[in-house]
Write a protein that binds this ligand. Structure first.
Ligand SMILES: [Zn+2]
Length: 182
């Protein structure tokens, strides 16, 4: 069991709160999880109120490091992606929740190819099942929504997304309960 600093997301936090939580992350070298660009509304809120994307706000608040898990993260700019790689943070990919709440599909294929750490999350508050296996199947369906004209994530890559050490969980010490063998 590990403590995790968990600000909900930029729209529900003041910059002071984020900064103070960032101090805790730095002081105790603990994990941090939050939502990042989970919807166009949330992303636009950060830009309209702070003139920056939410990942930039997390970075300047001291919240980003290689133990950070940024849920959703489906509206990242190239600059956001570069920042995520710079800090070696990871994405908590919650495919079904993304489709329900963002009406959008993450560029999973492109992000995997660019070397961003990605692990699966069930987003139990925003999706109907806590099963990580369900999330694995949904990740493939989610990716195939974008199939026309793009490369998608294939069934075999469910194992990549679930396997310890290959995903954003590699720095976290969190491991999925089982590894799927095909
Ligand atoms: Zn969520």
């Amino acid at each position: 069991m590990k403590p995790v600093i968990t600000p909900r997301f930029v729209p529900s936090c003041t910059k002071t709160l984020l900064g103070e939580l960032g101090k805790l992350v730095q002081a105790y070298d603990v994990h941090m999880q939050t939502h990042c660009s989970e919807s166009d509304w949330a992303r636009d809120y950060a830009i309209q109120h702070f003139g920056k994307s939410d990942i930039e706000i997390y970075a300047e608040s001291g919240l980003l490091n290689n133990k950070s898990v940024l849920a959703h993260s489906i509206f990242l700019t190239e600059r956001d992606v570069a920042m995520m790689k710079e800090f070696d943070a990871g994405i908590g990919h919650c495919p079904l929740s993304n489709m329900y709440f963002a009406n959008a599909a993450m560029h999973t294929r492109e992000l995997l190819d660019s070397g961003v750490n990605i692990g699966l999350g069930s987003d139990i508050a925003g999706a109907p099942s806590p099963s990580i296996f369900r999330a694995a199947f949904d990740a493939v369906s989610h990716s195939r929504v974008r199939e026309e004209g793009v490369d998608t994530v294939c069934l075999r890559e469910r194992a990549v997304l679930l396997a310890p050490g290959s995903a954003s969980w590699k720095h976290s010490g969190w491991q999925p309960p089982v590894v799927v063998v095909f």
